[in-house]
Ligand binder design. Structure first.
Ligand code: KIV
Length: 272
């Protein structure tokens, strides 16, 4: 376990709120496969998200829209086998919760039952209030997601910073309060001005988790593949790269290929 991990043996919704109350920052990362999830969990991250960003970093898709409920359940099941301490959150994909409340509740229930996730993440503000109320009522913890919500990319038209104008900023603050009242235990704030994220964080008693939302949030989230430097084509300002895995992996592959071609692998001691 990392020296930075909080004292909690297992992260629950209660632990997340307690961390906010104590001013203890919450660290969240994504995972989509067993081995990465194991390393992320052992490092001491607080929340692991099986994000619909699986579309971009695993499936090679441009947007998150094509991701299916079955795919999220599959990846969450795989990640579940590795995660011992972190809270495991599954992202509800596009069209799994938008049609009506009953269908949304059924789909979220399926995710918890079949994948072992402990909570679901749902994009949207006031529009998802009835779904959040029903889910929390029946015991399904919900993480909200405001600001740049990638499932609405065709409405926004760009991946630019959201809520820079007063009307959208006011609406976002209002949405955060509505979600809190409806029962979410935390909200992801994606790509919004730092000052607004700070204002939201002060205005609610639930935890805010920022991505491209500055330092005033209660916690931070990054897409694991991005922070590991696996995607050399993606360099937004909010991603700090903690490793250069693309180069490390390329070097290793080339080294191996060279060894095979030069008949340097396998050696006697690597053979039976
Ligand atoms: O899908 C995802 O990885 C996300 C995070 C960026 C919060 O929604």
């Amino acid at each position: 376990m990392s020296v930075h991990a909080s004292e909690f043996k297992r992260i629950t919704t209660k632990a997340v709120i307690t961390m906010k109350e104590r001013g203890e920052k919450i660290a969240m990362l994504t995972a989509y496969d067993f081995m990465t999830a194991k390393l992320v969990d052992e490092a001491g991250v607080d929340i692991i998200l099986v994000g619909d960003s699986v579309a971009n970093v695993f499936q090679g898709l441009e947007t998150t829209l094509p991701v299916t409920l079955d795919e999220i359940i599959y990846h969450t099941k795989v990640v579940r086998r590795a995660v011992k301490r972190a809270m495991l959150v599954a992202d509800m994909p596009f069209m799994s919760f938008q049609v009506d409340t009953q269908e949304a509740v059924r789909n979220c229930g399926r995710v918890l039952k079949e994948s072992g996730a402990e909570a679901v993440k749902i994009e949207g503000g006031k529009r998802i209030e009835p779904v959040v109320k029903q889910l929390t009522d029946i015991g399904i913890p919900v993480m909200g997601h405001l600001g740049l919500t990638p499932q609405s990319i065709y409405k926004f038209g760009t991946y630019e910073v959201r809520a820079q104008e007063t009307t959208e900023a006011k609406q976002l603050l209002e949405d955060a309060k509505i979600l809190e009242k409806a029962g979410v235990f935390s909200i992801v704030l994606e790509k919004i001005p730092s000052a607004l994220a700070g204002k939201v964080t002060k205005s609610v008693n639930i935890a805010t988790i920022g991505i491209g939302a500055g330092p005033h949030c209660d916690g931070q989230v990054l897409v694991t593949n991005d922070m590991l430097g696996m995607n050399e084509q993606f360099h937004p300002r909010f991603v700090r790269t903690y490793a250069n895995l693309a180069q490390t992996m390329r070097d290793a592959f080339q080294h191996y290929i060279g060894d095979v071609k030069a008949n340097k692998f396998p050696l006697k001691e690597e053979s039976y």
